[in-house]
Structure formats: structure tokens, C-alpha cells
Design a protein around this ligand. Sequence first.
Ligand SMILES: [Zn+2]
Length: 137
Amino acid sequence: MMMAMFSVTKEIYFCYGHRLLNYRGKCRHLHGHNGRVEIELASDTIDQRGMVIDFEKIKSVIKDWIDRNLDHRMILHEKDPFVPILKKKKEPFFLLSCNPTAENIAKLIYDYALKSRLRVVKVTLWETPSSFATYGA
Ligand SMILES: [Zn+2]
């Protein structure tokens, strides 16, 4: 039987642009999203304050990183032919070694949370109000 756990979820909003390579749909063109990220952390115990983690701590770790690295940037595949042009024009971008789908951006944020020693269990990226991708348990 699964043990009951405590979990907390923080929402973070950011804007990003992207496009998908080797894809025939309309997402092959440069376009943008008002993204919403949900980061779920879990623990079977809570601290002396009665918390899994302070929401402010999630914000200071994850939102700051998103603001500095992803917000108002183009998130592109490193092989995207637009990269040299953005570089030349000094436009901000963030490169992935894979297609910048909602799935891969969710995993990117999950991996950063894990690297920051947060007890992340799941990251969901809402790309539009009706479409989201999740990475995690
Ligand atoms: Zn898109």
C-alpha cells in the first residue's frame, strides 16, 4: 500500500517563445506562449513549522531561475537555424539539445528543481489554458 504523503504545489507564470523542428503543425513557426508552471514537492514528514517547504523558498529558487533564464526568451533547439541570427542580433534565447516542447520544458524545470535539492515530484507546464505536459511521478 502507498504511504500517504504531504505535498505542496507552487504556480509560476512566465512568457516564452519557441518553435519545433521536424514538425509539420503550426508550432513549426516562431510563436509565443503565456506559460503556467505547477511545481509539486512532496515529503512524508513536515518540519517544525508544519511545512513540506516554505512557498517563498520555491519561489526564490525556481521563479528566480525561470525569470533569469526562460522568461521573455526564445527557447530553441540548439540546431535551430535561427540561433546564429538571434546571437548576431543580441536577442536572448535558451537552448535545449532536444525540441522545446511543453514536455521537454517541464523536464528542464524538474531537473533544475532536483539539482537545487528540492523534493520535486512533478512539474506540469500549461502551454495554453487547455494543453499541458507533465514530467515526474
Ligand atoms: Zn508552442
